[in-house]
Design a protein around this ligand. Sequence first.
Ligand SMILES: Nc1nc2c(ncn2[C@@H]2O[C@H](COP(=O)(O)OP(=O)(O)OP(=O)(O)O)[C@@H](O)[C@H]2O)c(=O)[nH]1
Ligand SMILES: [Mg+2]
Ligand SMILES: [Zn+2]
Length: 574
Amino acid sequence: MGWIAVDLVGGHVVPMERFPFILGAGDAVDFRCLGQGLPEQAMQIQEHGKGIQLDSLDRDGIPGAEIDGEYLRSGEVLQPGAVVCLKIGATLILLAHAKDPDRWLRDVQPFAFTVQTRQGVVHETYSGEQLSQQLDSNPSWASDGVVQVKGTSATFRPSFWRDCCEATREVGQSWTVANVAGDSHTCPFCWEKFSSAEVKAIAVHEDLRGDSFMGPDAMLRFQPTSFDSFGHPTDGIGLPCPERACPRCHQKLPPNFLESIGQIISLVGDARAGKSYLLAVLAHYLPDCLARGLNLRWEDHDPEGNILLNDLKDRLLSAGNPESAAIEKTSVGGVTYINVQKNGRTFQMPRPFTYRISRDGHPPFVGTFYDNAGEHFTPRVATDQNPGALHVAQASAIMFLFDPLLSPEIKDHLKKMEAEDPQLYGIAYPDNQAVILAEMKVRIGRIKNLSSDESLNVPFAFIIGKYDAWKDIYKDNVPTPMPVVRNGKLDLEAIEQNSWQARFFLEQFCPAVVKNAEALAPNIKFFPASSFGHAPSQTSKGFAPDPQKIRPILIEAPILWILRQLRPDLVPVC
Ligand SMILES: Nc1nc2c(ncn2[C@@H]2O[C@H](COP(=O)(O)OP(=O)(O)OP(=O)(O)O)[C@@H](O)[C@H]2O)c(=O)[nH]1
Ligand SMILES: [Mg+2]
Ligand SMILES: [Zn+2]
């Protein structure tokens, strides 16, 4: 048994669970109404015996408010069982009392309307959209007819219908409003492009389970046509559906996807290069590092979508010993992958992890990262069967994580120095890094239609990882890398000097890799970095760091350099 308020145009339903129930144009009301000049709190509904009482909260009353087409007096009482149409501002609200409101709604929704002219002629039955068309084609109805909500005694004046539809359409535009030039978005799951008008809404009501792409258990994805007064689309049952989905693959998009310009930062590297650990340590380390050094905020942009990476991070950093800190090797089709529909087929694509970097007074930078299995970047995995590593072709910047401990030349040298890292002495895995670089060029070239001598014009951070393992090679004749943040600014000279040193190191052992990387992307810098700052030890899941001793070295440098390239306004330099 209860009272409900239903937005007749948008379908948005609000049960009156507590009193006073406030209606008005503000955000902090129980039922939001549209209309210019409407007070933030325009009206309150109180219990009155078994009925309810409607009172204006404005001393002068609410201009133009009507109930069933008649002037609304403050203090009006509705008896139990009533169903009336309240017009307030530019919102038409059905106020109804029913034994079982859900069931009652199922009977009357979707709403249908009849129009009775002054001559007593009844025209029926119209959907909301047909009603708009009929009122347009029969202007005389607007002045002297009455519209009745089918199945109820609630009525309103026809002229209100158009005003309310117009006001709702205006707020509904916020659903598709995009501040992106050209209004073209790239889905972070399937990397297909779409415009904001194509975005789908995700139904909320339990009866609307089952989606052609996402399967029987997922909520329906639909093209919205009606909106509530907050600008949220409403599903067939009238519930507001604030979540958006990609029109191509139907995956749920990160929050505020259309409003923010999301950019992909591709992390590429061979199997066991250290990508998963790097992402987990970055997610832990960057918030404090950026806040302290540069007054930048690094935040989870999509806490729900980032759960997996956050779990890895929490496990790694809060573990008591290396055994419980160990991160499993990433595999195509493993937990960091998700089944995505692409052009009528299902593919295993890496999950996007989305973060937001911001500074007061500047629009935020939204960056998406993926944790691929290293094998995914090799030519052995055909891209038409397995397109999940092709984000490199969509990326605004690329981080290539080079593992010096995979290079036989560097390994031999370190072994001769009796370096302590156990990765030097265990199984010798093949070094695919030169092949991956070459394959990247082929893949990107194919998608972007580049000729073989054209190069990539995105920032390319070539990270020489596991710096803790190779830092002693030049300890006597090359200075240690410099910190890259000084006095709240990014120190470009330090970046340059570190890059020169790291490049020098690599050139001694793998000159072809340096040449190929530079030919691929002229806007390249080399970065020494270590996620752990110390050598890992053997566990049952491979080598893992001691969680208590993790002291990353310069892992923020490539991210900050990329950010400076993509969004100079966010990163002051010296
Ligand atoms: N010395 C040292 N070893 C590291 C560092 N980061 C990662 N490792 C080791 O490198 C190995 C591979 O790390 P992962 O992060 O799993 O590598 P990945 O690139 O994700 O590999 P795939 O999942 O196979 O693609 C592990 O044994 C780590 O212990 C580091 O900063 N220093
Ligand atoms: Mg991995
Ligand atoms: Zn998609």
